[in-house]
Design a protein. Structure first.
Length: 330
């Protein structure tokens, strides 16, 4: 598929996702499906961040839960104990996680493949242990409660519906920023490092700087996702930020399409909703959830976006054949 066709497909997929997420709450009355949609939006922000380091830079990062945990607690502590307003506490969360990303990224991103994955797993576990055991500061196993909701120029986002639309607007803005970065010279340089790091360095690219830049972007998006989750739930606890949580974000990115921002959104939305739809199967729902991921990995390594791309290419080719219904040019 040409780059022009790929961008057109991504644009259409992203528009469909955001339109569905916008109108879906209009048909929902019970609180639980609404919670699932909110979680899908928040997960989409985190997975878009993971796409920078895993999808664009090609580095196996398995510590997203650690970034979310730091972001959630930095925001929650500033908002509850220090009395900061939502936006100041959210900015602090992003700054703190970016600093951690910087200091973690420089030494670890010199490592390759599985070593980097092991380091990020260790980082996430250390983060969870600190949050669990530093009771005097983090609240320990009891977590932090009564986390405030935001307000903006007199508008109060205290109910779940208004907060959902605020989170959706923020996700749209972050999506546009992610697309902008992906198509910038930094994004093209990251892809060059991913495809052939030695060749990229041979033409003057600083691969370490580029990978650290992607790591910081991942941290910033994770901090926003952690802030939104903490404020939406109005409660955070260390039990959430397990290694399984990190693996779920990787699964969402792989399921939607590695290296694609719309794929990150599609994977996060699809798997978040799928997990809840399969809960009626009780102990078997995780088996079906895992089977769906395995089937995608085996038969389409580029995820749902790869399937859509293949279908679109096949439809375009058939339309251009002699005797086709029409001639399609994209």
């Amino acid at each position: 598929m040409t780059e022009l066709r790929k961008r057109e497909l991504e644009r259409r997929v992203s528009i469909i996702i955001f339109v569905l997420l916008t109108i879906a709450p209009l048909f929902i009355r019970s609180p639980y499906p609404f919670f699932v949609l909110s979680l899908a939006v928040i997960n989409g922000v985190a997975v878009m961040g993971l796409n920078f380091i895993f999808g664009l830079a090609g580095q196996l990062h398995l510590g997203t839960a650690g970034f979310l945990g730091i972001g959630s607690y930095a925001f929650s502590l500033a908002a509850t104990k220090a009395g900061w307003n939502f936006w100041a506490a959210a900015l602090l969360s992003v700054v703190v996680v970016c600093i951690f990303s910087l200091f973690l990224g420089f030494p670890t991103l010199r490592l390759k493949r599985y070593y980097l994955a092991i380091i990020t797993i260790g980082f996430a576990e250390i983060t969870r242990s600190i949050l669990m055991n530093w009771s005097s500061f983090t609240g320990g196993v009891f977590g932090i409660q009564n986390i405030p909701r935001p307000s903006f120029f007199g508008l109060q986002f205290t109910d779940n519906r208004t907060f959902y639309y605020l989170a959706l607007i923020l996700s749209v803005l972050l999506y546009l920023l992610a697309i902008r970065i992906e198509r910038s010279r930094f994004g093209r340089a990251l892809k060059a490092v991913r495809d052939d790091e030695l060749a990229a360095e041979a033409i003057g690219m600083n691969s370490t700087f580029l990978k650290v830049f992607a790591f910081i972007c991942c941290g910033a998006y994770s901090a926003v996702a952690g802030t939104l989750y903490a404020s939406f739930q109005q409660y955070v606890s260390p039990e959430l930020y397990t290694q399984a949580y990190s693996f779920s974000f990787v699964s969402m990115l792989v399921f939607g399409g590695i290296g694609s921002v719309p794929g990150a959104l599609l994977g996060a939305t699809a798997l978040t909703v799928l997990m809840e739809l399969l809960r009626f199967m009780k102990q078997w729902y995780l088996v079906m959830y895992a089977a769906a991921i395995i089937l995608i990995i085996v038969f389409e390594p580029y995820g749902l976006m790869g399937i859509l791309s293949r279908l679109r290419s096949r439809g375009a080719v058939q339309a251009e054949l002699p005797g086709g219904a029409s001639e399609t040019k994209v």
